[in-house]
Design a protein around this ligand. Structure first.
Ligand SMILES: [Zn+2]
Length: 813
C-alpha cells in the first residue's frame, strides 16, 4: 500500500496530520492470530450490484482443512451487514450457524477429523457501509469520475464483503466470478478464465490458483479500457477510463522493464499469471492486490513528465515490488508489516539506480531520509512493532544500509533465500535474519536488535582538531542519541540503543591526496587519529560513502565544506554540506560554494538544494546564480531558483518570476512562480492569484499554489471565491478549514454550509476538510452544531459517522 493525498497539502498549511495508530504489547510474534483450520480455497460469486443501496448478492464456497481432531465449529470473519440466506454443505444439508458482530460460526453436520477437508457454501445479501471493504462511486457531476466499485482489503476489511479468515497468516487460492453491467469490466486476481456477455450484463471469471493472503483478494467494477502489454509472455494490462486511454501507455509502459529488473535482482521470476494495474476514483494511492494492483486515477499528462511524476517514480515500482514482498512472501502479522512495506519502499530506489545511475538511487533514499527523521522526531518506534509509524522510509533506509554493509552479491543472495524459503507463505522479521544467515553465514542478530527491534538511529557529534606540529588529526566521535521513551498505557516501552555498532570510513583530504581509515563504531565516545598527514586537512568526511543511517553534527571550516560539496560524489553528504553552508549567511565563501553548486553541480538535485539554500543569502551574491539556475534544463532546479527569488524579492526577482509564469513549460515551475510572486510582490498578488486559479495543471499544482497564497494571507476578501471553488476543487475546502482553524468564523460558516451542498463531491470535500484539516476539538464542535441543520439524509449520515469517528479518536488519545 502506498498513500498520499491530503497529507501533502496539509503539511504545507501546518495543519494537524492524522493521528498515529497506537502501538501495543511487546513481542512481534504475539500478534499472530490462532485458528484451528487451514483455509484452502474460496469460490467467490458476486452479482446484482446496486449503487443506491450499496448492496449486491454473494455466494461463497469455502474449502478448508481441519487442524484439530473433531473440529465441530468453524469461526470465520463476516461483516455484520452481510445477511446470510443459506449455509449448506456439499450434500446440500443446511448447516447450523451463529452470528455475533463480525463473526460467523458454522457447525458442520458432523465433526471433521484432523487433516480432513470440509466444504460449505454461504449465500447472502451483501450490503456495506460505504468504504468498508467496498467503495461505491456514483458520478456526482464531476468530470473524469465514472460510476464504479472498488474493493480494499488491507488491513482487515475484506470480510466486510465476503466471509473469510481475515488475517494474513493463512493463505488460500480463490476464484472470483463477478456479474456486472455489460458496459463495465470486472478486474480481479489471477488468470482471466472467461468474460461472457448475456443481455444487459457480463460475467467475468478470474482464477487465482497460486496461494496468497485474503486481504489481497480484490475486485474493481468500472467502465474501463484495457491496454495490453506483456513481459516474457506474461500479460501486463493497464485498465483505465476510456478518457485516459491515450495517457496510459507512457505512464505504465515502464512496468515490463521493472518486472524484468525485479526478477533479476531477486532471482525469483515474477510469480503470478498476469499483472494488471487498474485506476479508480478517490483512491488513497495504490494497493498491491495480488497480480491486480489498484491505483489512483491521476495519470500524468505529457507535460507532467518534466516534473518527475510521483506516480511513475514511486507508486508503480512500489506496488509492483509488493508482488514479491507482501504477496509472494507475506508478513505473518501486522507487527512485522515492515517486511511488506520496507521492501516495497526500498525496491524503486534499486530500480532507478540501475536505470539512471548511482545519483538517482541516492536521490531516492535521501528523500526517504527526510521523511524518516521527521517521523522519528514525533515518536521513535522500532521497525518491527505494531502500528510502527516509520516502516516505509526507515524500512527502505535500513535495507539500503544492509545492501551496502553486505555488498550487493551477499545482500541479494539473502533476499533470494528469504523469498524462496517462504514462497507463497508468510514470514516474520527473524525469518529474514535467518535467510541472510543461511545464504551468507553472517549472523545479523546485533544489526536486527539495533535497527529492527529497537527505535531511533545514531546521532553523531564529531569534533576535529589538527595539530600542525605533529601533523596529526584527531576526531572525537560521540553517539548522543537518548533513550527518553516512555511506556505507553499498555506498559510497552521501546528502547533506543545507547550504541549503534557499525563500521565507518573517515576520509581526509590533504594537499597530497586523500587518506582514509576504517573505524568500528562500538562505544558512546571514541577517538580516531590520523598521524603524519602531508599537511592540514582540506576536508574531512565522516562515514565516507554514507553507509550508516545517521544524524551528524560536525562543526567544520567553510573551506572543508566547500571542498566536500565540490568533490564528494554522495548525495546525502552533499545535502549535509549544503545545510551547513546554508546556515552561514554572512560568509561570502559559503555563498560562493553554493552558487557554484547551484549552477554547476553534476546532478540536478544538488543544484536544487544549493539554489534553495541561496534564498537566505544577500541578493548581491545569490541573484546572479539564481538567474543562471532559472535557465537550467531541469524543471526542479528552475522551481527551486524561483522559490529563492521569492525570498530575496526585489524588482528583478518579480520580473523573472512573471516571465517564468508566462513562459515556462513545466507545471511545477509555474506553480513556484506563483508562490514566488505572492511572496516578493504581495501587493500585486491578486492578479496572479486570479490568473493561476483559472489555470489547469496536472494535479492542480498551479491552482493549489494560488490557494496556498490565499490560505497564508488569510484574505477575507477571497472567501466568496473560495465558496464557489469548493465545488470544483477539494483544496478550496482545505483552505477554508485552515482559515477557520486560525479563527476566521466566516470561513468556517462557508465550509459548514457545503456539508449540505447539492453536489455530493462538495459535501464529501467539506467533510474531509473538517476531519483532516483542522484540530479535532474544533472540528467536532462545529460538526455537532452543523448536524442539527442538515436537510439531506445522506449528509446527516456522513456527518454523524464522522462525529462518531472523531470522538472515538479524540477519546483514544
Ligand atoms: Zn505498500
Amino acid at each position: 500500500m502506498r498513500t498520499f493525498g491530503v497529507a501533502l497539502f496539509l503539511s504545507v498549511l501546518g495543519a494537524p496530520l492524522l493521528a498515529q495508530s497506537n502501538a501495543a504489547l511487546m513481542a512481534n510474534d504475539h500478534y499472530t492470530r490462532s485458528h484451528d483450520y487451514d483455509l484452502v480455497h474460496q469460490r467467490i460469486v458476486v452479482s446484482g450490484f446496486d449503487w443506491d443501496s450499496l448492496s449486491f448478492e454473494g455466494d461463497v464456497t469455502t474449502t478448508l482443512v481441519a487442524l484439530r481432531p473433531g473440529l465441530d465449529s468453524i469461526v470465520l470473519d463476516e461483516g455484520a451487514l452481510l445477511a446470510n440466506t443459506a449455509v449448506t454443505d456439499r450434500r446440500g444439508t443446511v448447516l447450523r450457524t451463529a452470528r455475533s458482530g463480525d463473526t460467523l460460526v458454522v457447525f458442520p453436520a458432523s465433526p471433521v477429523g484432523f487433516g480432513d477437508t470440509l466444504t460449505f457454501r454461504v449465500t447472502y445479501h451483501g450490503r456495506v457501509k460505504d468504504g468498508d471493504g467496498l467503495t461505491y462511486i456514483t458520478p456526482d457531476g464531476l468530470p473524469h469520475r465514472p460510476r464504479q466499485i472498488w474493493s480494499q482489503g488491507e488491513d482487515h476489511n475484506n470480510h466486510d464483503w465476503f466471509p473469510t479468515f481475515d488475517f494474513p497468516s493463512d493463505k488460500e487460492t480463490w476464484e472470483m466470478v463477478a456479474t456486472v453491467p455489460r458496459e463495465d469490466m470486472a478486474v480481479s486476481n489471477g488468470r482471466l478464465v472467461s468474460n461472457v456477455e448475456h443481455g444487459a450484463t457480463r460475467t467475468v471469471t478470474w482464477n487465482e490458483d497460486k496461494p496468497s493472503a485474503t486481504y489481497l483478494v480484490s475486485l474493481v467494477v468500472a467502465p474501463l479500457a484495457k491496454i495490453h502489454d506483456s513481459w516474457q509472455g506474461v500479460p501486463v494490462d493497464y485498465y483505465v477510463y476510456h478518457d485516459d486511454s491515450a495517457k496510459a501507455w507512457r505512464n505504465f509502459h515502464v512496468t515490463p522493464d521493472m518486472i524484468g529488473t525485479y526478477s533479476e535482482l531477486t532471482g525469483v521470476r515474477y510469480p503470478w499469471d498476469k499483472y494488471a494495474q487498474t485506476t479508480v476514483a478517490d483512491f488513497f494511492g495504490g494497493m498491491e492486490n495480488v497480480s491486480a494492483t489498484t491505483l489512483v486515477d491521476w495519470l500524468p499528462d505529457a507535460r507532467a513528465y518534466q516534473d518527475r511524476p510521483w506516480y511513475q517514480w514511486i507508486l508503480i515500482p512500489h506496488e509492483l515490488a509488493h508482488q514479491w514482498f507482501g504477496d509472494y512472501v507475506t508478513t505473518e502479522n501486522w507487527a512485522n508489516m515492515w517486511l511488506n512495506e520496507g521492501f516495497a519502499e526500498f525496491m524503486p530506489g534499486q530500480y532507478w539506480g540501475r536505470k539512471l545511475g548511482a545519483h538517482a538511487e541516492q536521490d531516492y533514499y535521501v528523500d526517504e531520509y527526510r521523511q524518516y527523521v521527521q517521523i522519528d522526531r514525533r515518536r521513535p518506534m522500532p521497525l518491527a512493532s505494531l502500528g510502527s509509524n516509520n516502516i516505509y522510509p526507515k524500512g527502505a533506509l535500513v535495507l539500503e544500509m544492509l545492501e551496502r554493509y553486505l555488498g550487493p552479491v551477499r545482500f541479494w543472495a539473502g533476499v533470494h533465500e528469504y523469498l524462496t524459503r517462504h514462497a507463497f507463505g508468510v514470514a516474520t522479521s527473524d525469518d529474514l535474519r535467518q535467510a541472510f544467515l543461511a545464504a551468507t553465514g553472517v549472523n545479523l542478530d546485533r544489526f536486527w536488535s539495533e535497527w529492527v527491534y529497537q527505535a531511533g538511529y545514531p546521532k553523531f557529534d564529531v569534533a576535529a582538531t589538527y595539530d600542525s606540529a605533529s601533523h596529526a588529526l584527531t576526531l572525537q566521535v560521540k553517539q548522543t542519541q537518548l533513550d527518553s521513551l516512555q511506556a505507553d498505557s499498555t506498559g510497552l516501552k521501546f528502547t533506543v540503543p545507547a550504541v549503534f555498532h557499525m563500521p565507518v570510513v573517515v576520509r581526509v583530504g590533504t594537499a597530497a591526496g586523500d587518506v582514509t581509515q576504517r573505524v568500528d563504531l562500538d562505544a558512546r565516545e571514541q577517538t580516531v587519529t590520523f598521524r603524519g598527514l602531508a599537511g592540514p586537512p582540506t576536508m574531512v568526511i565522516f562515514d565516507d560513502g554514507n553507509l550508516v543511517l545517521k544524524g551528524l553534527t560536525f562543526p567544520q571550516p567553510t573551506a572543508w565544506l566547500a571542498t566536500e560539496l565540490q568533490r564528494d560524489p554522495d548525495l546525502w553528504d552533499r545535502t549535509w554540506a549544503i545545510n551547513q553552508l546554508g546556515d552561514r549567511k554572512d560568509d561570502s565563501a559559503a555563498a560562493a560554494a553554493l552558487a557554484e553548486a547551484a549552477t554547476g553541480a553534476d546532478y540536478f538535485q544538488t543544484r536544487v538544494e544549493a539554489a534553495d539554500a541561496l534564498g537566505a543569502f544577500p541578493a548581491a551574491v545569490a541573484l546572479p546564480a539564481l538567474e543562471t539556475a532559472l535557465r537550467d534544463t531541469s524543471a526542479a532546479v528552475r522551481s527551486a531558483a524561483l522559490e529563492s527569488l521569492g525570498e530575496i524579492g526585489g524588482d528583478r526577482a518579480v520580473a523573472l518570476a512573471k516571465d517564468a509564469f508566462a513562459h515556462d513549460s513545466s507545471y511545477e515551475v509555474r506553480a513556484a512562480a506563483v508562490t514566488a510572486l505572492g511572496r516578493a510582490d504581495a501587493e500585486h498578488a491578486d492578479e496572479i492569484v486570479t490568473e493561476a486559479l483559472r489555470d489547469s495543471s496536472y494535479r492542480d499544482v498551479i491552482q493549489t499554489a494560488a490557494l496556498r497564497l490565499i490560505a497564508v494571507s488569510n484574505d477575507t476578501a477571497r472567501l466568496g471565491l473560495l465558496d464557489s471553488l469548493e465545488r470544483t476543487t477539494q483544496n478550496a475546502a482545505f483552505v477554508l478549514a485552515a482559515m477557520g482553524s486560525r479563527g476566521n468564523a466566516h470561513a468556517l460558516d462557508i465550509l459548514a454550509a457545503h456539508l449540505d451542498d447539492a453536489s455530493a463531491a462538495a459535501r464529501r470535500w467539506a467533510l474531509q476538510a473538517f476531519r483532516f484539516g483542522m484540530p479535532q476539538p474544533m472540528a467536532l464542535a462545529r460538526l455537532r452544531e452543523a448536524a442539527d441543520h442538515l436537510t439531506r439524509s445522506d449528509a446527516r449520515t456522513a456527518v454523524n459517522d464522522a462525529i462518531k469517528q472523531l470522538s472515538a479518536q479524540h477519546g483514544a488519545r
